[in-house]
Design a protein around this ligand. Structure first.
Ligand SMILES: [Ca+2]
Ligand SMILES: [Ca+2]
Ligand SMILES: [Ca+2]
Length: 239
């Protein structure tokens, strides 16, 4: 007599095979998430990642608008209209950062496109807490204590993302190093409004710092699930 699995087990085995196949297929098309380390200390970031100033000093262009603009070795792709320096409007958006600064008209949404694959990225940023102040105000009353996300992309694929809320009224620093390379960075103000935050230079490092992660527990779990499915398939065909 064939040792077929009980009728109730066959759909279960088929389900396991199907589920494992879907997951394994998804795993094959789903790159591993990057290991990341974030920084709020500019000097430590530079020392650990060997990043260099990718933009250099900003020219005092004033309001540039929404078109992409090459600055140093990166291309800034504004989602909100962009200013580099204050032009004839103000001498300096903030005195807390050296030289001219980057500002935006609306929500502070900006993409930074890199020349080639990079592993580290960082920038100086100032978030004012009051409408007008000698060091540079947010120019909206009241200011919003803004939160941002930074997403690293390789082509269209996100490899890592993290959030920050910069300390107010100081020259803050935001940096990240990733085990996976990326070539585009999206900065998005996810809580906030058109109150101003000011960005200084962008820093890029092209030397890997973190080890690429080993295949993780999820991959082992998927392999185990595939084995269960294979066992169920063999049991069904054994006479
Ligand atoms: Ca703000
Ligand atoms: Ca803040
Ligand atoms: Ca804002």
């Amino acid at each position: 007599m064939p040792t077929a699995l009980p009728a109730i087990a066959l759909p279960a085995a088929a389900w396991i095979r199907s589920f494992a196949g879907v997951l394994l297929g998804a795993a094959a098309a789903w790159p591993a998430a990057a290991e990341i380390q974030t920084f709020d200390d500019h000097a430590a970031f530079v020392a650990i990642t060997a990043s260099t100033d990718a933009t250099g000093p900003y020219a005092n262009l004033g309001r540039h608008g929404g078109a992409p603009i090459a600055v140093g070795t990166v291309t800034l792709v504004p989602v909100s209209p962009l200013w580099l320096g204050g032009g004839t409007t103000v001498d300096n958006w903030t005195t807390l950062l050296p030289g001219h600064d980057l500002a935006m008209d609306g929500l502070e949404h900006l993409d930074v496109v890199l020349t080639g694959p990079a592993y580290s990225f960082g920038f100086d940023v100032v978030e004012p807490s009051t409408y007008a102040r000698p060091e540079g105000g947010c120019w909206v009353n009241p200011c919003v204590d803004s939160s941002f996300t930074v997403t690293l992309l390789s082509g269209a694929q996100a490899v890592a993302s993290f959030g920050f809320n910069a300390a107010d009224d100081v020259a803050a620093f935001v940096g990240i190093t990733s085990s996976l390379a990326f070539d585009r960075v999206q900065i998005r103000e996810v809580i906030g409004n058109h109150d101003d935050e000011f960005f200084g230079h962008f820093y890029v490092g092209q030397t890997p710092v973190l080890a690429v992660p080993e295949p993780g527990a999820a991959a082992l779990w998927l392999a185990g699930l595939a084995s269960v499915a294979a066992l169920a398939r063999r049991r069904r065909v054994v006479p």
